[in-house]
Design a protein around this ligand. Structure first.
Ligand code: SD4
Length: 325
C-alpha cells in the first residue's frame, strides 16, 4: 500500500472508530419501547444525580450509575454525613457503612469501615469478588487494602472541630440529629429496565463506637428486586432495621401497592411500633422506585427532601409528604 492509500485508510478507520465511540456519548432519553431512565436519591443530591444520569443517559448500567452517584457525596469533605468529612462517632472516629444491590439480587456491603473514602466501591468489590455479602470492621479494611483502595484520614478539621464542640456537653442523642440526616440512598432504572440501588453513610453523628445503622443492611437501608422495584431509607437507622423497612416496601409493592402507598405504610408501621409521641422525635424517611419508573417518598417529619432525575424533570429537589406536619 502506498503512503497516500494507507493515510486514506487510516482516516476512514478513525472516522469509523470515532463514530462508534461517539455512539456511547449520544444521550438517549427513551428506548424503543418508550421506557425512560430514572434516578432518585435521598436529600438534595443534585451533583450525585448528575453523575448517575450521565451514565444512564449514555445507555449505561444502573449499577454503575448508583455507584458513581454515591461516590460524589462520599468524596465531598463538606458532606458531613457521608464518607470523607463525615462526622465522627463519640470517640472521634469516622466509621462508614454502605451497601449496593443489582437487579439480579447480587449484593455487597461493608459496615464499620475506617480510613477508606469510598465504601460504596468496597461494597461493590465484596459483591463481585467474594462469595460473601457483608464484611465488617478490620476484615473489610483488610479486604479494601488487598483490592488496592487507598487508606486515608477521613476526619476533616471542620468535623474534628464540631466533635470537640460536642464533647463539651457530650449529650448522647442518638434519636434526633436535625439537619444531619443526609445519608445518600440512590435508586436507578436504566434504559434496559435494570434496577439498582446504593446506600452510603457515616451514620448518626457521635454514635457509640461500633454502632452500625440500617444503611449497610440489605433489606433495611436498601433493597432491590429486579422484577418489582427498589427502596432505600434515611434517618434513625434503628427504626428501619426494626421493620426491615426497604424490604417491607418492596414486598408491599409486590402485593400491588404503589411505591407511594408502600412508603406510607412503612412509615406508619414505624409509628405504630413506637407510638405517636416517641415517633414524633424520630426522623425516618423512605424512597421507592418501581420497575415502571413510578416513585414514592414519605417520612415521619416534614423535613425530608429527595432529588429526582428523569428526562422530563432533570435533577429536581422535591419535598416529600410526611405523617407529622
Ligand atoms: C444511620 N440511616 O446510620 C443512617 C443515618 C442517616 O442521614 O440516614 N443519616 O442510621
Amino acid at each position: 500500500m502506498n503512503s497516500s492509500a494507507s493515510r486514506r485508510n487510516f482516516l476512514r478507520l478513525s472516522a469509523l472508530t470515532t463514530g462508534i465511540l461517539s455512539l456511547s456519548h449520544i444521550k438517549v432519553w427513551a428506548n424503543t419501547e418508550g421506557k425512560k431512565p430514572v434516578v432518585v436519591s435521598t436529600w438534595n443530591n443534585t451533583l450525585a444525580n448528575t453523575a448517575a444520569w450521565n451514565i444512564l443517559s449514555s445507555q449505561g448500567y444502573a449499577l454503575d450509575a448508583v455507584e458513581q452517584g454515591a461516590r460524589v457525596p462520599e468524596g465531598n469533605p463538606k458532606e458531613t454525613s457521608v464518607g470523607y468529612g463525615g462526622l465522627p462517632d463519640r470517640d472521634g472516629k469516622v466509621t462508614l457503612d454502605a451497601c449496593i444491590m443489582d437487579e439480579k439480587s447480587n449484593c455487597g456491603s461493608v459496615a464499620f469501615v475506617q480510613g477508606y473514602k469510598h465504601p460504596i466501591s468496597i461494597a461493590r468489590a465484596v459483591m463481585e469478588k467474594t462469595p460473601h455479602v457483608m464484611l465488617a470492621g478490620k476484615g473489610a479494611e483488610q479486604f479494601a487494602a488487598a483490592q488496592g483502595f487507598k487508606k486515608e484520614n477521613l476526619l476533616t478539621k471542620e468535623s474534628e472541630k464540631a466533635w470537640k464542640e460536642w464533647l463539651k456537653k457530650s449529650e448522647y442523642k442518638p434519636y434526633h440529629n436535625p439537619g444531619q440526616h443526609d445519608t445518600i440512598g440512590m435508586l436507578a432504572l436504566d434504559l434496559q429496565g435494570r434496577l439498582s440501588g446504593a446506600c452510603t453513610t457515616s451514620g448518626m453523628a457521635y454514635k457509640m463506637h461500633g454502632r452500625v445503622g440500617d444503611s449497610p443492611i440489605i433489606g433495611a437501608g436498601l433493597y432491590v428486586d429486579g422484577e418489582i422495584g427498589a427502596a432505600t431509607a434515611t434517618g434513625v437507622g434503628e427504626e428501619m432495621i426494626r421493620i426491615a423497612g426497604s424490604h417491607t416496601i418492596v414486598e408491599l409493592m409486590r402485593q400491588g401497592r404503589s411505591p407511594q402507598e408502600a412508603c406510607e405504610e412503612a412509615v406508619k408501621r414505624v409509628i405504630r411500633k413506637r407510638g405517636e409521641a416517641k415517633a414524633k422525635e424520630l426522623n425516618v424517611a423512605f424512597l421507592a422506585l418501581d420497575i415502571h419508573g413510578n416513585i414514592g417518598a414519605y417520612s415521619t417529619t416534614d423535613t425530608f427532601i429527595y432529588t429526582l432525575s428523569t428526562p422530563d424533570q432533570l435533577h429536581v429537589v422535591i419535598r416529600s409528604g410526611s405523617y407529622f406536619k
